[in-house]
Each structure stands twice: as structure tokens, then as C-alpha cells.
Design a protein around this ligand. Structure first.
Ligand code: ADP
Length: 604
């Protein structure tokens, strides 16, 4: 059984989204601040986790001190030696017993925060994608968005775990080691202190380059993701035209680009790591020489050489760990930016505070409507005016590219007029709550989208409490009864992905059933252009007529039978209505429609 998000989880996700957006808008150029702000209120959990981490690691922290203790004791000989061995081994074993419970608690706290945040962030992205406008979705490829939801959120999770835990752990380790050394011998401390500026210099030298390579790689990965999705969707078309090689080559080019960017990123990260390592090793060698010399002079005990060397190694290792954090940090911060871009995008419908419709009679008026797409020149609809009475059926005809789909999308409220007005029941569409308006609409697209699930689920999509009787009525009205009877499990038959096991005509009738069962006031129908056999065409025509009864209907029409049955035909040309009237009137006028029509008849 699928389980929806619990109320508290949804709330948590919403709060996190708001917090993320707030800090993203406040610090658009500083992703680290966005991340830190995002985790505000949860720091204590990281601190608790860090505390247990320290306990779990305490045997390692104190081991060098214990080893030095044993060596110095043995060198001193006698009772001291025995006591030192017994004491050191005892403490070591004692510390080990708490490793397992401490590890359990450390992971429990850390993973709860980061995993919950990861899920909440994905939830926030999903909700945002549902809010973003249709033009936004048309522009941004779905693969790109998928990459953000999966890959970027994962990078943020990794960064959060690493940043909070490692950074705290590194600091703690260093403080302890440096502290003990400071107490034991200050001269050796000079070596420790010198490491910090050297490490910082190395980081500064590489930071910009790593950041740039990371960005390039992230964008390239998004491109790849988008291309892969497109490629998969295109497979039937590609196969039908025997263009497999062309597709493969195009994809290979993309993959090569990604590999190249990935290679550059790997190289710069690896060079960075190697340079840091060599620099630190040089220091370690010098430190060994120096502590050896001090022991020779009798300034320190022989066993302390091991202690200093080990603690220096620990400090250096911590710096190395810090340095290794840089690539994770850069990648994660880049992802914060990428997620921030989507979460803070304002291209959403604003319904709050607008008038809610409680009923709709289905009266429309286009008043000198103009529309142009954001990324293309010229107007797609120009001064388009039209009045539609409730219950009327309007067939919109026109050549391809004349603006029919745009007009239909504007009726759904996907896009609002750039100039002019669309009035719905006398109210400006830009001033009504579109969600409440759309409850009265049913849309039957040209290529109906079906999802993996039963036929029943596909017809009742999103509706609850549909009775068997209502469903049967819709199935009958949509001329689906015969098809359902032939299916092995009737309405409970599973459809394959996108309804791949159905014919175009069947899919359209399922979409009609989906529309009928909603009992809408207004219907928007984009008629399939594909040719159907005579029986399918007749079945669909009948279903459509039952659907249209008593409701305002807009049909982007491609078939003669549809235009003949319409109350009114609007002929669209280059974004304008150039002729209007019923079939008989337009045929009589012998204008554009007459010529279009005679062309179609002669083709048929
Ligand atoms: P029709 O449905 O009559 O074929 P459309 O409404 O789809 O016409 O398109 C009208 C014009 O708008 C065409 O010139 C098309 O290229 C352009 N157009 C459609 N969708 C977009 C879009 N998302 N971005 C930019 N231009 C678009």
C-alpha cells in the first residue's frame, strides 16, 4: 500500500522549504550561509551526534599517549614498567568497550537529521514542481529537474553529513592533540601551528578552480539527464525512422562532453589532494628529525618521539581530511544553488486571495487578447476577440501554428493574456482562483496521458467516492463498454506505462470517460490529428457528443464531422479569428473555411 506523507512530515517539509527559500534569497551568492541557515534549530542534534563520535574515537585519540607511556615505562625498568603496561592496556581496553554503543548513538542522531532533511527537501522540490507554471515546465526539460531532485539533494545530504560531522570532529581532534602537546612540549608545538597556514594556502590556491570544474560538471550532468529522458521517449520515433545510429552518436557526444568535464574535475581534485599530502609529509619528516634530535640531547624522553610523531600525524590527517572536504563542499554548495534556483523561482500561479468560483455557467469572452511566448519573437495571438454562450460548442480550426493550442491553454489559465482580457462568466480570468475555476473543467488532450495503474484508476484519476454506477455510466457514455468486456479483468486490468497496450482511439475514449465522470461545466478538447478507422471515429464522435451535451465546449477540430456538429466554427489564422459562423454559413460565404474544407474533402 502506498502511504501518503504524514501531516507532520508535510509540515516539516514546508517549513524547510520556506527556510531554504528565505536564506537563498538573502544570500544568493553564499550557499554556505544558505545551508547553515537551513539547519538552524537542528544544530543541537549534530552536537549530540558529535559528542558520541568523540567518545567512539577516544581510543584512537589517546592511543599515542598510552604507547609513549609504555615505552617510557619499559625504558625506566622495574616496577614502573609493569605498572605502566598494566595501566595503559587497561585504559585502552576500557575505552574500547564503549565504542559500539557510542557508534550506535552517533549514527542515530546524525542519520535522522540528514535523512529526514533529504526527504523533506525532495518533498519541497516535488511540491514546487507542482506549483510552477506550465510554460516553466515546457521550457525546462524534465530530465534536468529529475537530476536536481535526485543528484543535487544527495550531494546536499553528503555535504551536510560531512560538513557538520567532519568539521566538528576535525576541530576536536586538533584541539585535543595540540592541547596535550602544548602541555608536554612547546617547541614541538611550533610545527603543529605552522601546518594551518600552509593548509589554508593550498586550499585558497585550488578553491576557485575546483568550484568552476564542479559547476561545469553539474550542468553537464543535467544536460545528460535531460538528453537521456528525451532519448528514451523518442525511441519509437527513432526506431521507426531507422535513426538509431544518429541518436547513438548524439548521445555519445553528450557522454564524451560529460566524461571530459568529469575528467577535468577528477584531475584538479586529485592534484589538489596530492599537493597537500606532499606538503604535509615534508613537515612530518622535519618533525621526526627535530623530536629525534631533542631526545638525543635528553630534552625529551625516547617514548615521546612516538607520541609527538603520532599526534603530529593525527593533526596532519585532520588537515588532510579538511582538505578532502573541499571537493565535497564545493559540489554540495553548487547543489544548494541548483536546488535554490528551483525553490525560489517565482514563475508560479498566484491564487491566494483571488475570488473562488463556486459555480460556472460557461460563458466566455475574449477581448482583444494578445499573447507572445517569453522566448520567441512576435505575437502568437493578436487582438483576438470572441464571445461564447453557455452550452455552446465552438470548433477552432486553422492551419498548424495558427495558435489553436495556445488559445486552448489560455482557456485553462496556463498562460494569461499579455494584453486584453479573457472573461469567464464576466470575470477576468487573471482575477479568479484558477484552482477553483478548473474544478469545472475537463480537458481531453490530443495525446491523452495515462499512467501505470488500472483502467478504473485512470478513469477516476484523483476523484474519490465514485460509485460503481457512475463509473459504468461514464464507461458506457464513452463507448468503452465493449472494450472493457473484452479485457481479462475488466476495469481492474492494469494498463502498461502510458497505456502502451492501447490504440490511439481507445486512449482518447478513456480520456473522454475521465472527462465525463467529472461532470464538468466546460470541456476543452484537442482532437487527435491521427487518422482513425471508420468505426473508431464513429465511436469517438458519439462519445464526444454525449460529453458535450449542455456544456460549453471548445474543440480544436481536425475532422469534418466535428466541425459540422459544432454550433460555431472559429477560423484562426496567424493568431486572429478571420471567419466565424456555423458550417452552413461558412460554406455559403465561400471564404477561407470553404477553401480549407474543399481541400480536405478532396483529400479524403
Ligand atoms: P497550433 O495549435 O494552431 O498548431 P500553437 O498554438 O501550438 O498552434 O502555436 C502557435 C505559435 O506559437 C507557433 O508559431 C508556435 O511555434 C509558437 N509556440 C507554441 N508553443 C510555444 C512555446 N512554448 N514557446 C514558444 N513558441 C511557441
Amino acid at each position: 500500500m502506498m502511504r501518503g506523507l504524514k501531516k507532520s512530515e508535510r509540515k516539516h517539509s514546508q517549513e524547510l522549504e520556506q527556510k531554504f527559500v528565505k536564506y537563498y534569497k538573502k544570500y544568493p551568492e553564499n550557499s554556505l550561509k544558505v545551508l547553515l541557515g537551513f539547519y538552524k534549530g537542528q544544530y543541537h542534534k549534530f552536537l549530540i551526534s558529535c559528542f558520541f563520535f568523540m567518545i567512539k574515537h577516544s581510543p584512537a585519540l589517546f592511543s599515542s599517549l598510552l604507547i609513549a607511556n609504555v615505552i617510557n615505562g619499559v625504558l625506566a625498568g622495574g616496577e614502573d614498567a609493569k605498572r605502566a603496561i598494566f595501566f595503559s592496556v587497561g585504559i585502552w581496553l576500557g575505552l574500547l568497550t564503549i565504542h559500539l554503543p557510542a557508534n550506535y548513538l552517533y549514527m542515530k542522531y546524525r542519520a535522522r537529521v540528514t535523512r529526514q532533511t533529504e526527504a523533506a527537501l525532495r518533498g519541497a522540490l516535488v511540491r514546487k514542481l507542482q506549483e510552477l507554471s506550465i510554460p516553466y515546465h515546457t521550457q525546462v526539460q524534465s530530465g534536468r529537474l529529475q537530476s536536481k531532485i535526485i543528484r543535487d539533494v544527495e550531494a546536499i545530504e553528503t555535504l551536510s553529513s560531512q560538513l557538520f560531522m567532519n568539521a566538528m570532529n576535525i576541530t576536536l581532534n586538533m584541539v585535543i592533540m595540540i592541547g596535550i602537546t602544548a602541555v608536554k612540549n612547546r617547541i614541538i608545538l611550533v610545527f603543529f601551528v605552522l601546518v594551518a597556514p600552509i593548509a589554508s594556502l593550498t586550499m585558497v590556491a585550488f578553491r576557485k578552480k575546483i568550484s568552476k570544474e564542479n559547476r561545469d560538471f553539474r550542468v553537464e550532468m543535467e544536460n545528460t539527464s535531460a538528453r537521456v529522458m528525451e532519448m528514451v521517449e523518442m525511441v519509437p520515433v527513432t526506431r521507426a525512422h531507422a535513426l538509431e545510429e544518429v541518436e547513438r552518436e548524439r548521445m555519445e557526444k553528450q557522454l564524451e562532453e560529460t566524461a571530459e568535464k568529469g575528467y577535468r574535475l577528477d584531475m584538479v581534485q586529485s592534484n589538489f589532494g596530492a599537493v597537500g599530502w606532499v606538503v604535509f609529509q615534508v613537515f612530518q619528516a622535519l618533525c621526526l628529525g627535530f623530536s629525534g634530535y631533542l631526545a638525543l640531547k635528553g630534552k625529551i624522553q625516547v617514548g615521546d618521539i612516538t607520541f609527538y610523531q603520532t599526534s603530529f600525524t593525527t593533526v596532519v590527517n585532520q588537515f588532510t581530511a579538511l582538505i578532502n572536504l573541499l571537493p565535497v563542499l564545493t559540489k554540495g554548495l553548487e547543489s544548494v544553488k541548483s536546488v535554490g534556483e528551483v525553490l525560489s523561482c517565482d514563475d508560479v500561479e498566484h491564487n491566494e486571495g483571488k475570488e473562488e468560483l463556486t459555480k460556472l455557467s460557461g460563458e466566455y469572452e475574449f477581448r482583444k487578447v494578445c499573447y507572445s511566448y517569453p522566448d520567441s519573437e512576435g505575437e502568437v495571438l493578436k487582438d483576438l476577440s470572441m464571445r461564447v454562450k453557455p452550452g455552446e460548442t465552438v470548433a477552432i480550426v486553422g492551419s498548424s501554428g495558427s495558435g489553436k493550442t495556445t488559445m486552448l491553454n489560455m482557456l485553462i489559465g496556463f498562460m494569461l493574456p499579455k494584453e486584453g482580457q479573457i472573461l469567464v462568466d464576466g470575470k477576468d480570468i487573471s482575477e479568479i482562483n484558477l484552482k477553483s475555476y478548473r474544478r469545472f473543467l475537463s480537458v481531453v488532450p490530443q495525446m491523452p496521458l495515462l499512467f501505470t495503474g488500472t483502467l478504473r484508476d485512470n478513469i477516476t484519476y484523483g476523484l474519490e467516492g465514485v460509485t460503481e454506477e457512475e463509473l459504468q455510466k461514464a464507461v458506457q457514455a464513452a463507448n468503452l463498454s465493449e472494450m472493457v468486456a473484452k479485457l481479462p479483468q475488466g476495469l481492474d486490468t492494469m494498463l502498461e506505462e502510458h497505456g502502451a497496450n492501447l490504440s490511439g482511439g481507445q486512449r482518447q475514449r478513456i480520456a473522454i470517460a475521465r472527462a465525463i465522470i467529472r461532470d464538468p461545466q466546460v470541456i476543452l478538447l484537442d482532437e487527435a490529428t491521427s487518422a482513425l478507422d471508420v468505426i473508431s471515429e464513429k465511436e469517438i464522435q458519439e462519445a464526444m457528443q454525449r460529453l458535450q451535451k449542455g456544456r460549453t465546449t471548445f474543440i480544436v477540430a481536425h475532422r469534418l464531422s466535428t466541425v459540422k456538429n459544432a454550433d460555431r466554427i472559429a477560423v484562426l489564422s496567424a493568431g486572429k479569428i478571420v471567419e466565424e459562423g456555423n458550417y452552413a454559413e461558412l460554406m455559403e460565404r465561400k471564404g477561407i473555411f470553404y477553401h480549407m474544407e474543399s481541400l480536405q474533402v478532396s483529400l479524403a
